[in-house]
Write a protein that binds this ligand. Structure first.
Ligand SMILES: Cc1cc2nc3c(=O)[nH]c(=O)nc-3n(C[C@H](O)[C@H](O)[C@H](O)COP(=O)(O)O)c2cc1C
Length: 384
């Protein structure tokens, strides 16, 4: 029988299977059959050596759920509840997620079912895919299948720091690995949204790590495709401490092989989108040159971006982005060449058939300098 897959529905389920915590319906009973149905679907996921070695524990007994909730509370729940109480009403970036996580911690025992996917075997630490790696994709299929039926889950692993106690409670024999502790309930409403994530074109690299393409790339690749590169670094300092280095247009000159320094057109004005500065550069093949730059992004402690030459048809676009992650700031420094003319254009005019090679070499060169700059920002921000 041929079957037409409704791509829109599949994509919707895949992109809206959220960590549901506040909207778990704690009152509406969940029948075992719907859980079995979703496990049957999940079992279709790939498995190393085609060995079906997954075993699922569906915890329904109230006393056992209470003990699991206790273990969860001891491992992370208490921390989440304290964090919720501290961040409530403060506008802290983690305020919302802590409110939700604390609610789950307080209600783990009240969810209709807790499902623990396990696999026969223990990870051998070899770094090679093995039995253990054959269960994650299946457990995620389980969550998506439930979502498609109007139920919600939350992938939790914190409680597994107590896997010995969990095994004893549920009679899980030695030699099995627990993967997650997944609360299951109907959801209150079904209108979940995709989460904000970086776009594929910014985090997917074609053929060479960190090389990105705004479009295409065509064959052969050209500057009009918007080739780019990116470096990222985790800095153990809050974004506010990283920001002064990111927004200092002269800072990178001490570390880059190419960038000599920059000056604001209006040194006493507060920077804003549209503000202009002139950057000076040198390169063994190009010589020394100055370029006018225009701020395209300016949000303190969040982002600082500029384009070169011409705001409407830039030679290149540069951007720093700061993201707060657990206990640190992730600094992302990206470059996109084109679509306008830049230092590269003369070389491409002279050797048009070498355009893909010239681009690749230039991206690698820029990437090396960008790495030096973010390394220096990390050292400076962490050293304060
Ligand atoms: C490996 C892993 C472990 C997680 N552990 C927990 C956990 O112990 N407790 C919890 O409340 N959420 C846990 N989560 C859920 C994340 O916090 C959640 O995915 C994140 O807040 C983003 O929300 P979203 O899934 O709705 O996009 C975990 C997620 C993953 C992938």
């Amino acid at each position: 029988m041929s079957f037409t897959i409704d791509t829109e529905s599949v994509d919707h389920a895949l992109s809206t299977t959220r960590a549901v915590r506040l909207r778990l319906d704690l009152e509406r009973p969940v029948d075992n059959q719907v859980i079995y149905d979703c496990i049957d679907i999940a079992e279709q996921a790939p498995t190393g050596g085609n060995q079906g070695s997954r075993r699922w524990i569906i915890v329904r007994d109230q006393a056992r759920k209470e003990r699991l909730a206790e273990l969860y509370y001891e491992s992370i729940g208490k921390f989440m509840i304290d964090a919720r109480d501290k961040t409530m009403g403060t506008g802290h970036p983690n305020e919302r997620v802590m409110k939700s996580a604390a609610h789950l911690a307080e209600n783990m025992a009240n969810v209709p079912a807790i499902v623990i996917p396990t696999i026969i075997g223990e990870h051998d630490g070899s770094g090679q895919p093995g039995l253990f790696d054959s269960v994650i994709q299946s457990a995620w299929s389980f969550c998506v299948a439930l979502r498609a039926r109007g139920l919600g889950t939350s992938w939790t692993t914190a409680g597994l720091s107590k896997s010995g106690e969990v095994a004893e409670l549920l009679g899980i024999p030695e030699g099995m690995t627990q993967i997650a502790m997944i609360p299951v309930a109907w959801t209150i409403g079904t209108d979940f949204k995709p989460a904000p994530r970086l776009a594929a074109r910014d985090i997917a690299f074609i053929d060479t790590f960190a090389h990105t393409w705004e479009s295409g790339p065509s064959d052969p690749a050209c500057v009009a495709d918007g080739p780019g590169t990116v470096v990222e670094i985790d800095i153990k300092a809050p974004a506010a401490k990283v920001w002064p280095f990111v927004s200092d247009i002269d800072f990178g000159a001490q570390f880059s092989e190419e960038f000599l320094g920059a000056t604001w057109a209006e040194p006493n004005a507060e920077p804003a989108v549209g503000s202009m500065f002139v950057g000076s550069n040198k390169h063994p093949a190009i010589g020394e040159w100055d370029v006018e730059c225009f701020l395209t992004h300016y949000e303190p402690a969040k982002e600082f971006g500029w384009c070169t030459s011409n705001a409407d048809n830039p030679g290149a676009r540069w951007r720093f982005e700061l993201e707060t992650i657990a206990g640190a700031t992730r600094l992302r420094y990206s470059l996109r060449l084109g679509p306008g003319r830049s230092g590269l254009s003369a070389a491409i005019d002279a050797m048009p058939d070498k355009e893909p090679k010239i681009i690749a070499r230039r991206l690698t060169e820029h990437g090396t300098n960008m790495q030096k700059v973010v390394d220096a920002i990390k050292a400076a921000a962490e050293g304060q």
